[in-house]
Design a binder for this molecule. Structure first.
Ligand SMILES: O=C(O)CCC(=O)C(=O)O
Length: 330
């Protein structure tokens, strides 16, 4: 990783700014001198924060001054636009207050692979605001990787196959393994699920209380403001090959391929090979930048331009998230 002072630094007022870079991924670390009035600092720097995110940078505001959990959604709304509920879920998260959620609740000794939030859905957020309410003892970073740099790093033939075919996401919702449909869609009403799926291009098949879905989505996206094309999908995360071998084999034995909680293929149903998976995982690994959290830090990212994940950790850790959608979304 290298450190540099780019033009971006001049954009922030009353702050020390450092830009960290690794293989096309940038993280702007900003330490505000807000003199106790952190909200005034955020208001004065809203334009700079937005512009930094558009320049493919994740922005880490050190010592943000946030005190109340609800403040996270207020700030997110001020900077990013309308705050969103976490719908069409793929991971467990708990609502803390209003549009503030815990980040994905996942075993502490495991990593969460890089991903663009909800890229498997039509309802993805533009911006993510992660707040560290309690830093872990060790590890627990939220790594970021630039999604245009990831696209540029992938072999052209793999990208063109994915762009031609898209990504097919398959899911089986059942109680006790992965998410139930009630948790995934936040309802007790099957008719609501059918309506939502019909409106969002998701095929459904019910078997009692077990729901299987299939949805095809693009592998890349063009950012509506910057015009940049990025690698924007969760094929490498949904694919069963992402799981440790023992877990994968156990799941396949119990559920069969058709009943896996989640899996991903090329859009025409062709399998994604082990080689292709390791190519994608390798490109992410080369471009990932992970900085330690301190309690009180706030990480902001443009979800179309920057992926995020989570490293294993020890000790208590509490990271909250609010997600927003630009109100002028095309
Ligand atoms: O806990 C974190 O740092 C991020 C977890 C995550 O990947 C998510 O909530 O989408």
């Amino acid at each position: 990783m290298t450190t540099s002072q780019l033009d971006l630094t001049v954009a922030f007022t009353d702050a020390d700014t450092e830009i960290l870079e690794r293989a096309g991924t940038r993280l702007v670390s900003v330490r505000p001198h807000h003199g106790g009035d952190h909200r005034a600092w955020f208001t004065a720097n809203t334009g700079a924060l937005r512009s930094a995110m558009y320049q493919h940078a994740a922005v880490m505001v050190r010592g943000s001054g946030l005190r109340e959990q609800a403040e996270l959604a207020e700030l997110a709304e001020e900077i990013g636009g309308k705050t969103l509920d976490y719908n069409e879920r793929s991971t467990p998260r708990s609502k803390v207050v209003g549009k503030v959620y815990t980040s994905t609740e996942y075993p502490a000794d495991q990593s969460i692979p890089q991903h663009n939030e909800s890229a498997y859905s039509e309802n993805w957020p533009h911006n993510l605001f992660f707040f560290c309410a309690q830093a872990s003892l060790t590890g627990g970073e939220t790594p970021v990787a630039d999604s245009a740099a990831v696209l540029a790093g992938l072999p052209a033939d793999l990208v063109s196959r994915f762009e031609d075919k898209g990504v097919l996401y398959t899911r089986t919702y059942r109680t006790g393994m992965g998410l139930s449909w009630q948790e995934g869609f936040q309802t007790e009403d099957k008719a609501y699920v059918d309506g939502y799926c019909a409106d969002h291009g998701i095929e459904t098949a019910w078997d009692g209380d077990v729901l299987r879905t299939r949805q095809k989505r693009p592998a890349t996206i063009v950012h509506p403001v910057t015009g940049q094309k990025t690698w924007y999908n969760q094929a490498h995360l949904f694919n069963v090959l992402a799981l440790p071998e023992a877990v994968r084999e156990g799941l396949l034995e119990i559920c069969g391929e058709d009943g896996l909680p989640r899996n991903a293929y090329y859009g025409d149903g062709t399998p994604i090979t082990e080689d292709e998976m390791s190519t994608i995982q390798g490109v992410y690994a080369e471009r990932t930048l992970a900085e330690p959290w301190a309690t009180g830090d706030l990480l902001m990212i443009d979800n179309l331009l920057t992926s995020h994940g989570r490293r294993p950790f020890t000790g208590d850790r509490k990271v909250l998230v609010s997600m927003t959608q630009r109100t002028d979304r095309p």
